[in-house]
Design a protein around this ligand. Structure first.
Ligand code: SF4
Length: 159
């Protein structure tokens, strides 16, 4: 059961997140590891629970299984109450607060600030494909290492 989406402010800096991510980039070792884990259902459940515990605490992750964090300044778009993956709705206020809960900052404002501060503002120009709802509750790390995320984003105009 996934929690209700509420804008979440990441608990680690964008720079640290980009640095940590560099150590998780897909390579033959991680691909073999992912295949090994996926071949053992109990291990896969433990692995996925571990991922959930870490990412829920750090990023408010809701386990959509197709992680957008690397191109959103590590602000999770699935914590947007409208779960918008391609920028804010028209309701974001001039002070950056969320239309649904004015006490919270719009996650896309947070994303722009964090990506910009790390020199990655251009990531927000990428078009994110719709999330595949069949992937909910699956491990995005395993999907990432298995190369299943490769079509998640595309430059505008690439179709
Ligand atoms: S896996 Fe999905 S829900 Fe979790 S942090 Fe990434 S984008 Fe957000």
């Amino acid at each position: 059961m996934v929690n209700e989406p509420r804008p979440f402010r990441p608990r680690i800096s964008a720079r640290l997140a980009y640095t940590l991510h560099a150590g998780l980039a897909p390579n033959p070792f991680y691909r073999r590891l992912a295949a090994f884990v996926e071949g053992r259902p109990r291990l896969a459940r433990w692995f996925t629970s571990g991922e959930r515990a870490v990412k829920e605490r750090l990023f408010g992750c809701r386990m959509c299984g197709q992680c957008a964090l690397p191109v959103t300044g590590y602000a999770c778009p699935m914590t947007c109450p409208k779960q918008l993956r391609n920028g804010p709705c028209g309701g974001v206020s001039a002070d950056g607060s969320c239309e649904v809960d004015r006490s919270l900052r719009c996650v896309w404002v947070t994303a722009a600030e964090r990506a910009g501060s790390a020199g990655r503002g251009g990531d927000l120009d990428l078009l994110q494909r719709p999330a595949d709802n069949r992937e909910w509750s699956r491990s995005s790390w395993l999907n990432y290492w298995q190369g299943r995320d490769e079509g998640l984003t595309t430059a505008l105009g690439d179709g």
